[in-house]
Design a protein around this ligand. Structure first.
Ligand code: ASP
Length: 598
């Protein structure tokens, strides 16, 4: 070996030992009489000190020729440092070298290999192997490794078996867009890369492997965001002979195990919230419940007060925006009554951005002197506003923010505003974790554009038995009311996992396909293998998949997942380091029977 110790290992107890360490030159400082080299590897930094009046000329000459990122091996004596450093773990010692061997030189790196680098994103990605030498990126990957190990240990103890499923599979029309791979041996035909091992893990249940997991790559050809990559990793799991409750308990335990072993945190028992409540109270199916700020519906409040359905404030004049709205709903931002006009304008601009698309924002300040002033004072008098405050359970010092309009759109917009206020008021601390389940998802959602029902989770999800009559009624309108045995694990407002109890009955599965617009023939052609398998004694089963990259980035306190992936792609799905995707030769195209247009 070219080393006896790593660069992070030596301590005061090693003083007077002769050691060899190897690594990259972080930097050289030359003060004439003294020359220092900081040598770095994955484990830390060790200082090498050369006293030029005592050292061999050859050592001094070699040291003076070193540049950043040269790879060297140093043999020498560990000595106690005269001035110690508490910034690095090896700060009590230094090495007085006998020999320095240059193992390789380096050209000047395009950015500094420091925690705070001067390299921009593109540059870091192009030279990712240099970026990986930086502490923050390395630590993220170490965290990822630890998470994977702990997941495996935990699941193995519970008899889960890791089974690999194929990567070259079949394209199906449901879900996201597939990445496809042409088959040379079958001209004109294509494999698809799996969006998840869903059908295979179900077939493993039919095959008797009653507890399966896999830390597995999945591929989806979707538009990218900070928390999305075209290839990503799931902790994919499936269990047979279980009910929803068993899945929730097992994977709550996995979640707690990871928090405990990786972060040293005991998280409280996970609460559960129905999808309907999540939407009504937070306007979001993955609410961030690190902070309260629940939605308060104001329109309903007026219904019971004897006033007509119209909101006609005691001020006399009707406020059309509220009166015409399906929903009037707001949040109460604690302690924000002193928001300036400018800050309130910013919030209005925020909700009016095209991504959110609201038409406006009404506010009412509950001042610390007990008065309430709103942006709609013209329509509502003090008593009206007091009634709002009661509904919001607002105290003097609070700010009420209200939106109105079509139900779903308004909830969605207010949810964005709630998260923004959470950020502004410092309520979304990255070191605080709040995990919970969202359950009872609807089975279907209607897509206006396609003018048909889609499976909200996926087509293999089982409806709740009590809603089977709705499903069988033949009334398409009623499908929106069918609930699924489907659940999501949400941590800090991020959907970390999702799964469902599956259908294991051929008839029911075929019925769901027909609701989703498949003809019998199409369903058979696409998913016949699964439905056929159900005829051979398929056990009741269900499962879940965790987004592993997201889970790691959440544990690491980051927003994006890129720095938790060794070699990620950029926002256009490109790997700028290896320059992929790329053109292929005409010869390859011919072999694959592909014609490239234009
Ligand atoms: N295969 C599903 C997904 O990728 C997860 C599951 O239902 O287990 O979202």
């Amino acid at each position: 070996m070219l080393r006896t110790h790593t660069c992070g290992e030596l301590r005061i107890t090693n003083v007077s030992q002769t050691v060899t360490i190897s690594g990259w030159v972080q930097g050289v400082r030359d003060k004439g009489a003294l020359l220092w080299i900081d040598l770095r590897d994955r484990y830390g930094i060790t200082q090498i000190t050369i006293e030029t009046d005592k050292a061999d000329q050859q050592i001094i000459d070699t040291a003076r020729l070193l540049g950043r990122e040269f790879v060297i091996s140093v043999t020498g004596k560990v000595t106690e440092r005269y001035s110690k450093s508490d910034k690095i773990e090896t700060g009590d010692i230094e090495i007085t070298p006998h020999t320095i061997v240059v193992l390789n030189t380096s050209i000047t790196p395009p950015f500094t290999i420091e925690d705070q680098t001067d390299g921009g994103d593109e540059l870091r990605m192009k030279y990712r192997y240099l970026d990986l030498r930086r502490n923050p990126v390395r630590q993220n990957l170490e965290l990822r490794h630890r998470m994977a190990i702990e997941t495996r240990l935990f699941l193995d103890k519970l008899n889960f078996m890791e089974v690999e499923t194929p990567v070259l599979i079949k394209s199906t029309p449901e879900g996201a867009r597939d990445f496809v791979v042409p088959s040379r041996m079958n001209p004109g035909e294509f494999y698809a890369l799996p969006q998840s091992p869903q059908t295979f893990k179900q077939l493993l249940m039919v095959g008797g492997f009653d507890r399966y997991y896999q830390i597995v790559k999945c591929f989806r050809d979707e538009d990218l965001r900070a928390d999305r990559q075209p290839e990503f990793t799931q902790i994919d799991c499936e269990m047979a002979f279980i009910e929803q409750e068993d899945i929730l308990n097992t994977f709550e335990a996995l979640t707690r195990h990871l928090f405990k072993t990786v972060k040293g945190i005991d998280i409280p028992e996970l609460s559960r919230m129905t999808y309907a409540d999540a939407m009504q109270q937070y306007g979001n199916d993955k609410p961030d419940i690190r902070f309260e700020m629940k939605f308060v519906e104001l329109k309903n409040l007026t219904l019971g007060s004897g006033s007509p359905l119209l909101w006609q404030g005691a001020g006399g004049e009707a406020f059309k925006v509220f009166n015409d709205a399906q929903l009037v709903v707001g949040i109460c931002a604690k302690g924000a009554s002193e928001y300036s006009r400018k800050q309130l304008d910013e919030l209005t601009e925020f909700v009016k951005r095209p991504q959110i698309g609201a038409t406006g924002l009404v506010y009412a300040r509950y001042n610390t002197d007990g008065t309430i002033k709103s942006s709609v004072d013209k329509f509502f008098n003090e008593q009206d506003l007091k009634n709002w405050a009661t509904a919001f359970n607002a105290q003097p010092g609070d700010l009420m923010l209200i939106m109105a309009g079509e139900i779903n759109k308004t909830r969605k917009a207010l949810s964005e505003l709630r998260l923004e206020m959470g950020n502004r008021l410092g309520l979304r601390d990255k070191n605080k974790f709040s995990a919970h389940w969202v359950i009872d998802f609807p089975m279907f959602e209607f897509n206006e554009e396609a003018n048909r029902w889609f499976a909200m989770h996926h087509p293999f999800t089982s409806p709740k038995p009590e809603d089977l009559n709705l499903l069988n009624s033949g009334n398409l309108e009623g499908l929106g009311g069918v609930c699924a045995n489907a659940y999501d694990l949400v941590i800090n407002g991020v959907e970390i996992g999702g799964g469902s109890i599956r259908i294991h009955d051929k008839e029911l599965q075929s019925k769901i396909f027909s609701i989703l617009g498949f003809t019998k023939e199409d369903a058979q052609a696409q998913f016949g293998f699964l439905m056929n398998a159900f005829e051979f004694g398929a056990p009741p089963h269900g499962g879940i998949a965790f987004g592993f990259d997201r889970l790691c980035s959440l544990f690491g306190g980051a927003d994006g997942i890129r720095d938790f992936i060794a070699f990620p792609k950029n926002n256009s799905g490109r790997d700028v380091m290896i320059d992929s995707p790329s053109l292929i030769s005409q010869e390859q195209l011919n072999e694959l029977n592909l014609i490239v247009k234009g």
